[in-house]
Write a protein that binds this ligand. Structure first.
Ligand SMILES: NC(=O)c1ccc[n+]([C@@H]2O[C@H](COP(=O)([O-])OP(=O)(O)OC[C@H]3O[C@@H](n4cnc5c(N)ncnc54)[C@H](OP(=O)(O)O)[C@@H]3O)[C@@H](O)[C@H]2O)c1
Length: 236
């Protein structure tokens, strides 16, 4: 049975991805800080016959990425898929953004995926179908007002992913970036309460792309999916 780590699995996009991977018969390593939500999802997965490990972890801490990989391997013995999904948003003008906030947003959105990937690569190299998927954002290549800390962290994640894809290509590890516009989760409700939820992308739509990427067998390489929100004016 192949094993997938999903960070930020307690809710939103990460939860939808975890549930989709269980349907594909992956053993799941769920990562997040909210133990209650993680345990609920773990029970749901196990009641449906899936295998699951819930790890309570704060990805803003330096040692967390290495600890997660160690725990995943000691429990399941292998890592085949890594989904770097956990993220923290921040909304505020540059002049009101302090260093502590900037550091925290970058630690969770950019540093943690870097060091989780680094720690997982030795195990992914042993897999028959190794895949890393990083969930960035439309602000990983665009700039929206009052999202400077968040956008710069997602630009960093986007840049890292481009390099990672090339550095591990020889090892057969496939690396993909998914950059969604507004998705119907708690995060967008905080950041963009002005958007009608009916106009948002649904979390399961991101999970469907993950399913496509982990199951496809083609020779060609897919670097990037950009999912744009559809509305009357076709904004992001
Ligand atoms: N929603 C959107 O419109 C949108 C658009 C583009 C990209 N994205 C990206 O998609 C990803 C998922 O976002 P979402 O919309 O599903 O947001 P969400 O509902 O707010 O979920 C965020 C997830 O990240 C986890 N997380 C946050 N800080 C963490 C930390 N310090 N340590 C460990 N886990 C942490 C949360 O778990 P705990 O609270 O349990 O720690 C939660 O499971 C993020 O990277 C986000 O930037 C979202």
């Amino acid at each position: 049975m192949q094993t997938a780590i999903v960070t930020g699995a307690s809710r939103g996009i990460g939860k939808a991805i975890a549930l989709r991977l269980v349907e594909l018969h992956y053993s799941l390593v769920l990562v997040g800080r909210d133990v209650q939500l993680l345990d609920q999802l773990k029970s749901e997965i196990e009641e449906n016959g899936g295998k699951c490990l819930a790890i309570e972890a704060d990805l803003s801490r330096e040692n967390t990425p290495a600890d997660i990989v160690k725990e995943a391997v000691s429990h399941f013995g292998q890592i085949d898929v890594l989904i770097n999904n956990a993220g923290m948003s921040h909304s505020g003008p540059i002049l009101e953004t302090d260093m502590e906030t900037w550091d925290r947003v970058h630690a969770i959105n950019a540093r943690a995926p870097f060091f989780l990937s680094k720690a997982a690569i030795p195990y992914l190299k042993e897999s028959s179908n190794p895949v890393i998927i990083n969930i960035a954002s439309v602000v990983g290549f665009k700039g929206y007002i009052h999202q400077a800390a968040y956008a710069s962290s997602k630009h960093a994640l986007t840049g890292f992913t481009k390099v990672l894809a090339k550095e591990v290509q020889e090892e057969g590890i496939k690396v993909h970036l998914i950059s969604p516009g507004g998705v119907n989760t708690e995060m967008v409700q905080e950041m963009r309460p002005d958007i009608n939820t009916e106009e948002l992308i649904q979390p399961h739509e991101v999970a469907e792309i993950v399913e496509f990427l982990v199951t496809r067998k083609g020779k060609g390489t897919i670097d990037h999916f950009y999912i744009r929100r559809q509305s009357g004016l076709a904004f992001d």
